[in-house]
Design a protein around this ligand. Structure first.
Ligand SMILES: CC(=O)SCCNC(=O)CCNC(=O)[C@H](O)C(C)(C)COP(=O)(O)OP(=O)(O)OC[C@H]1O[C@@H](n2cnc3c(N)ncnc32)[C@H](O)[C@@H]1OP(=O)(O)O
Length: 497
């Protein structure tokens, strides 16, 4: 029997993705890159058995993502009993658009002869444009998934979600129109200054899918009114009911990553939420670590000037003027922070509660000089004895900062924590607090670094990026998740009613 050991190859290496555009005689390649993950298609080991010199080339038209799959190899394993080469077409079919399986000459002819290509504009409406440091032009377009042109591009792009978003799944695009209307897709395109004569100036950079998720308004129920209108009343459109906007998929293609496009895309979605009176909050479905960093960075830069303007800080003397200090263990939150003002800032900027708490905690920590924090060598033993009676106001602020964070963590994870005995609970909260503080400190350092960089590049419009080695991880011992409602999510990111 033939040795089967040498017949396996790494699927991430074998798959090559190329963005192409019509050229003089045949399509030309704008960029090539490999997938980050292939396990949803080829299994956990991300290996393909039965070929030598295998290349699976996925071409996408840079403007409308017209797809093509071309498979080539040097040798194929001759099947022996159960050992058969993987059926590549059958494996790829469920993840690929049907148009991808034409012959290469057919695909190239379709690309070269499409009269509409040069006049292509992305579907939807232009919502934002910007230039990069080297003066390349970019545009962000937004359109409803009910628009067939938006659906066409999304249907063709679905395989990219499996390739680049861990745990990401394609969205259902054949649902009824009323539910598709809940989805808005944001496309980021580069607008090439001098495309070839038959090519489109637009070349895809990334995209994000978002959907409206019903928002239950506690307390603020609308006052009932008697309608004088004809019966039956006009149908309520789902796209006009109060909702949270939830980011489902968010992808910047590898050749464009780390250049600020993700930040532009996120800020554009956030601005759209602020401008839409029917959207109450912006939330994110299963964000990964890289997205969390992007979001924290963008939100911190948006909120920090507001906090500074209102001089938000922890009141170091919450018991001032009280003759007797209460013996209860509750944290005097209302005396420590201007809660009404903070609530107004949060709701006006439509940031969800947990995310706002993270950014606020990070900001409050940044107001306490490092030497008064544990990371700067402050004595915890001393602080735990002195508590809110410490002489230095920064030490008192730091004490209250820790209490406020613990309080939030406790409320959020109460169900898990109450199951532990007292000592274990205290230990778990302490560990989590240490991790949260470390995560915030690292992010704050990165912000500081960026500000220094910005100052150094005075006059330049673009912030540039930090090296990947300076990027930080968010570390939480107790899972610090987004929304309670996420727990009953279906695994697929599909329209939900
Ligand atoms: C809801 C979801 O879909 S979660 C899945 C998110 N998508 C993915 O992971 C797919 C693959 N990756 C991507 O699409 C992109 O790299 C994104 C969306 C994560 C980031 O977009 P980019 O355009 O690369 O980010 P951008 O250049 O604007 O960087 C913004 C900040 O995000 C952070 N960041 C960006 N990429 C990473 C990364 N890989 N790891 C950690 N932090 C990162 C950095 O703090 C960066 O700030 P800096 O510029 O000062 O370093």
């Amino acid at each position: 029997m033939e040795d089967t050991g040498n017949w396996s190859c790494n699927a991430n290496d074998a798959v090559q993705i190329a963005l192409v555009q019509p050229g003089e005689a045949k399509p030309t390649v704008l960029s090539t890159f490999h997938p980050q993950f292939t396990y949803p298609i080829f299994g956990d080991d991300e290996e393909i058995f039965g070929y030598r010199g295998l290349i699976i080339r996925l071409r996408f038209a840079a403007h409308d993502l017209r797809p093509h799959i071309h498979i080539s190899y040097d040798e194929k394993f001759k099947a022996v009993e159960d050992a058969t080469p993987l059926d590549l077409i059958a494996t790829l079919k469920p993840f690929s658009h049907e148009d991808a399986f034409s012959t290469l000459p057919e695909y190239e002819a379709a690309m070269q002869n499409d009269e509409n290509t040069k006049d292509f504009t992305p579907p939807g409406k232009l919502v934002h444009s910007y230039a990069s440091k080297d003066n390349r032009q970019y545009e962000i377009w937004a359109g409803s998934l009910a628009d067939p042109e938006v659906r066409r591009i999304i249907d063709r792009a679905q395989i990219l979600v499996s390739f680049f978003i861990e745990g990401g799944t394609p969205i259902e695009t054949d649902d009824p129109e009323w539910t598709l209307e809940r989805w808005t897709v944001y496309f980021v395109y580069e607008k090439l200054a001098t495309p070839p004569p038959t090519a489109s100036p637009y070349s895809i950079v990334g995209y994000s899918t978002t959907y409206r998720w019903w928002y239950f308004q506690t307390g603020a129920l609308q006052t009932r009114t008697v309608s004088e209108g004809p019966f039956p009343l006009p149908e309520a459109r789902i796209s006009e009911l109060p909702a949270r906007l939830r980011i489902a998929q968010f992808l910047i293609l590898p050749p464009h990553q780390g250049s600020g496009h993700g930040t532009h895309l996120y800020n554009t979605i956030h601005t759209a939420c602020c401008n839409d009176p029917t959207i109450m909050e912006l939330t994110v479905e299963d964000p990964n670590e890289a997205f969390d960093v992007l979001r924290d960075t963008a939100d911190f830069h948006m909120l920090r000037p507001k906090f500074l303007h209102h001089q938000v800080t922890i009141n170091a003397d919450p018991y001032a003027g009280q003759t007797r200090i209460p013996r209860s263990r509750t944290v005097p939150t209302n005396a420590l922070l201007p809660m009404n003002l903070l609530q107004d800032i949060r709701t006006s900027l439509k940031i969800d509660t947990t995310q706002f708490a993270h950014i606020l905690e990070m900001f409050l920590l940044s107001q306490i000089p490092t030497k008064h924090r544990v990371s700067g060598g402050a004595s915890m033993a001393r602080l735990l004895v002195k508590k809110h009676k410490a002489e230095d106001p920064h030490d008192r602020r730091y004490y209250w900062w820790r209490m406020l964070v613990k309080q939030r963590l406790y409320k959020r994870h109460r169900d898990t924590l109450v199951q532990l005995d007292h000592d274990e609970r205290v230990q778990k909260l302490d560990e989590t607090l240490v991790n949260v503080e470390e995560g915030y400190s690292a992010l704050l350092e990165a912000f500081l670094e960026r500000e220094k960089k910005l100052e150094a590049q005075e006059g330049s419009a673009d912030a540039g990026t930090l090296g990947r080695d300076q990027r930080v991880k968010r570390k939480f011992t107790v899972q610090d998740d987004e929304d309670e409602e996420d727990h009953d999510q279906e695994s697929a990111k599909r329209p939900k009613v």
